[in-house]
Design a binder for this molecule. Structure first.
Ligand code: NDP
Length: 327
């Protein structure tokens, strides 16, 4: 495993990490979660990603049981939670980034995860109904209370992130240090263009999600239509519509040919492609099977295969290089 500091913090985070969305507490059982987390940890993964909304709290509960059972020293892993969507409660105070919910959700996440503090606590989406200042204060207080070490955002705009930074700086509060955006060959704009300046100015760190576009970039949908997979799951039709378009499948076919010329799987090439971006601190992997996780973890060994010529080949195939605004 390789490690790098998360943004401008001193926190060493593994370049590959492991997340629980749609799998833990839902698609796979607890014994498989235990095996998967064990495989990840044994490969040097030190960051496990979670959120209050995942399986309405069950994902954190299952991860907490495994963390407790594993006996891993608390100083050997980083665990996150994310706040905004709530854990299933429908009352007005059970979601959002207002001080009350941020405070309650933090305690609930610590209880479910069976930890005394959260290493990373992220605002899962911007909350248009709560002033950013209130959220900054709430996060600052949680850090002062020792319940959170670092805080950040997910799917915020550069402008929203900067608003939080400016307010924190003006008031001598602790600002956000990390953003969790989607990043894969189909979703590039935020990571490659929108955040470009704030990597440099405020030292933004990134933990990127869906490196395989929910499995599409494994290539398994090219010539077949498996239904015992995430994109066949009931209730996830929206995700299937977003990720499994005919255009994306066609692009995937061409990428798969290139990966096979390199002697690696398409999943490995796609994850290695994310790792090539120096502004990506960690690629959060997802897996529903042990074999997938082994395959994906090996991506790190193949980053060197992605020469500038191969990166250009990929660019030609995807044809979606994001552009900076013209002068
Ligand atoms: P991916 O895009 O890598 O999708 C993972 C899924 O793809 C697996 O569960 C599996 O699903 C399939 N898959 C993975 N590897 C292979 C393989 N080698 N061969 C075939 N199929 C494979 O990542 P996720 O979308 O899961 O995102 C990773 C993590 O990022 C999440 O767990 C979560 O922690 C975080 N995240 C954060 C979000 C946010 O808003 N902040 C949003 C989404 C995710 P199957 O076998 O069922 O097809």
């Amino acid at each position: 495993m390789e490690y790098n500091n998360l943004g401008k913090t001193g926190l060493p985070i593994s370049r590959l990490s492991f997340g629980s969305w749609l799998t833990f507490g839902k698609q796979i059982d607890e014994s498989l979660v235990e095996r998967l987390m064990g495989v990840a940890y044994d490969h040097g993964v030190n960051f496990f990603d979670n959120a209050e909304i995942y399986a309405r709290g069950m994902s954190e509960t299952v991860m907490g049981k495994v963390l407790r059972k594993s006996g891993w020293s608390r100083d050997s892993f980083i665990v996150s939670s994310k706040v905004f969507f709530g854990a299933g409660g429908q009352l007005p105070t059970q979601k959002g980034l207002n001080r009350k919910h941020v405070f309650e959700a933090c305690h609930q996440a610590m209880e479910r995860l069976q930890v005394d503090y959260l290493d990373l606590y992220l605002c899962h989406r911007p909350d248009k109904k709560t002033p950013i200042e209130e959220t900054v204060w709430a996060m600052h207080h949680l850090i002062e209370q020792g319940k959170v070490l670092y805080w950040g955002t997910s799917e915020w705009s550069a402008q929203e992130i900067m608003e939080a930074h400016v307010f924190a700086k003006q008031n001598h509060l602790i600002g956000p240090v990390v953003e969790q955006p989607e990043y894969n060959v189909f979703a590039r704009h935020k990571v490659e263009v929108e955040f470009d300046q704030i990597y440099k100015t405020v030292g933004l760190g990134t933990t990127i999600w869906s490196p395989l576009a929910s499995g599409v970039l494994s290539g398994k949908y090219i010539d077949s239509n498996p239904i015992d997979t995430r994109l066949g799951m009931e209730g996830l039709e929206w995700l299937r519509e977003k990720n499994l378009t005919p255009e994306k499948v066609e692009t995937t076919r061409k990428l798969a040919n290139l990966a096979s010329e390199l002697g690696i799987s398409l999943a490995q090439m796609s994850i290695a492609w994310c790792l090539k971006n120096p502004n990506v601190n960690t690629v959060i992997l997802g897996a529903s099977q042990e074999a997938q996780l082994h395959e994906n973890l090996a991506s790190l060994d193949h980053v060197g295969l992605l020469s500038s010529e191969i990166m250009e080949n990929i660019e030609q195939i995807v044809g979606n290089k994001p552009t900076f605004p013209a002068f």
